[in-house]
Design a protein around this ligand. Structure first.
Ligand code: RB5
Length: 143
């Protein structure tokens, strides 16, 4: 099976956690590319959310991870794109259902909300759960 390609980015609020999650996903064998930000200096989350969304829309990456302070600004920005279904998640049940029922392609979370241990479990669940298709596809087509 082809390796999943994951685009990851954050603003300053998610910068440190992004580094940890980037390494974690890389060590798991995924193809991962970091689209910034590259420091803790204050920056604007929409710039980084859009970079990741464009990569997915253009077919360069399969899925995205966006981290800011809360995960909310990233989620709001990403969902402005028709082809993106972004979910801000802080528990593993939602991470699983976002994939199984909603075919989410972008995961967002807040570095000020979830710790590293939970963030790792959330990404594991998200990237290891397949979309169930069937009745859920019909509902996605209705969005
Ligand atoms: C930055 O302070 C913060 O507003 C940002 O990281 C994010 O939480 C916005 O949704």
């Amino acid at each position: 099976m082809e390796k999943l390609k994951i685009a990851i980015a954050s603003d300053h609020g998610g910068f440190e956690l992004k580094g940890e999650i980037y390494n974690y996903l890389l060590n798991k064998g995924y193809i991962v590319k970091d689209f910034g930000t590259n420091s803790k200096d204050s920056c604007d989350y929409p710039i980084y959310a859009k970079k990741v969304c464009y990569e997915i829309i253009n077919g360069n990456f399969d899925k995205g991870v966006l981290i800011c302070g809360t995960g909310l600004g990233m989620q709001i920005t990403a969902n402005r794109f028709n082809q993106i279904r972004a979910v801000c998640v802080s528990d593993t049940y939602s991470a699983k259902m976002a994939r199984a029922h909603n075919d989410a392609n972008v995961l967002t979370f807040g570095a000020r909300v979830v710790g590293l241990g939970l963030a790792k479990e959330i990404v594991d669940t998200f990237f290891e759960t397949d979309f169930e298709f069937g009745r859920h596809q019909k509902r996605i087509d209705m969005i």
